[in-house]
Design a protein around this ligand. Structure first.
Ligand code: HEC
Ligand code: HEC
Length: 267
């Protein structure tokens, strides 16, 4: 009891001393202006990256803007891809779902163009430099600011920087189109909890094709794993589909889900 009282007395003295010290600090200090911190480039928010990924997929639907007339002016600089109109404006049509352009999955087949990928630029350039490229700094026919606002262009550049640097050759066998390392059983659990509510346990609830030529999540998984990965990472333009970058799902989760969906019916 006595000790406690003594202690309290000591505490009072300490507090009083502290108040004195604080009081001294309260005196007007010699005026050194607080330096304004130099802005450090911040990592873009996942929602921004996801928006950019959907714009890369199809900016006309993701931004809900009118389709520009005719073909993209850059289209005439290649002859191998015979598509016309709307498709010729899509970033993915020229640069690929795997961001490797003519050196990736689009190195053969009807999608082949002579255009380079974006992965190398995404890896080496800053968001500001990538933004400038999207505004036509290197080629005036590559100016998307005529159609998209600043926030959308920034989202595209953020997606490139954060999302398009991935090395898909590390994850996907380009010959078999199968993930190199994946656990399909684990993928089934993830699919059932994250995807089945909309796509159905067998993947056939949503048909992206038509009655004649149905296209299910299983069809796409087998046919185009790069498109599958892109859409699962960033979401589907114009659809309320969750995006892995926003949900913080790992690439391995996506590869496991891919392995499972490749076992679902394609027809
Ligand atoms: C019609 C085809 C086409 C479309 C559509 C297109 N690009 Fe490009 N892009 C090109 C060509 C051609 C180049 C120049 C490549 C070169 O330097 O040889 C280029 C260059 C780039 C580069 C710089 C590559 C480098 O290595 O310097 C980036 C980044 C890029 N595009 C991103 C995009 C994005 C994002 C979109 C969608 C908004 C888009 N592009 C749409 C054809 C296209
Ligand atoms: C909230 C509902 C919802 C959830 C959950 C959902 N999706 Fe989707 N998904 C959609 C819709 C809607 C579409 C677009 C359908 C259309 O275009 O006809 C779509 C499209 C897709 C596509 C693109 C198909 C194409 O060819 O365009 C893929 C791939 C896909 N989903 C995979 C998945 C996977 C894998 C999961 C789980 C990780 C998932 N989705 C979760 C609603 C959902």
């Amino acid at each position: 009891m006595k000790r406690k009282l003594l202690f309290s007395g000591a505490a009072v003295v300490i507090i009083a001393a502290a108040i004195l010290v604080l009081g001294a600090c309260g005196q007007p200090a010699p005026t050194t202006p607080t330096p304004t911190p130099t802005p450090t480039p911040t990592t873009p928010a996942p929602a921004t990256v996801a928006l950019g990924g959907k714009l890369y997929d199809n900016w006309i639907s993701a931004a809900n803007v009118a389709t520009p007339p005719g073909n993209s002016p850059l289209w005439a600089t290649q002859t191998t891809n015979k598509r016309t109109g709307r498709d010729t404006w899509r970033c993915k049509e020229c640069h690929g779902w795997d961001y490797l352009g003519k050196d990736g999955a689009y190195s053969k087949g009807s999608h082949l163009t002579s255009f380079t990928g974006v992965r190398s630029a995404a890896t080496t350039k800053t968001i500001a430099e990538l933004t400038a490229i999207l505004k036509g700094s290197a080629n005036s026919n590559h100016n998307f600011s005529t159609y998209l606002n600043d926030a959308q262009i920034t989202a595209l550049a953020s997606f490139l920087k954060e999302g398009a640097t991935i090395d898909e050759k590390q994850y996907i066998d380009y010959t078999t189109k199968k993930p190199k390392v994946a656990d399909a059983a684990k993928g089934k659990g993830l699919y059932d909890s994250r995807c089945a509510a909309c796509h159905g346990a067998d993947g056939k609830t949503l048909n992206f094709g038509d009655a004649e030529e149905p296209e299910y999540v299983g069809t796409l998984a087998l046919d185009n794993p790069w498109e599958f990965i892109h859409k699962v990472r960033f979401g589907q333009p114009g659809a309320p589909m969750p995006s892995a970058v926003e949900q913080n799902w790992s690439i391995q989760d996506i590869l496991d889900i891919l392995a499972h969906t490749q076992t679902l019916p394609g027809k």
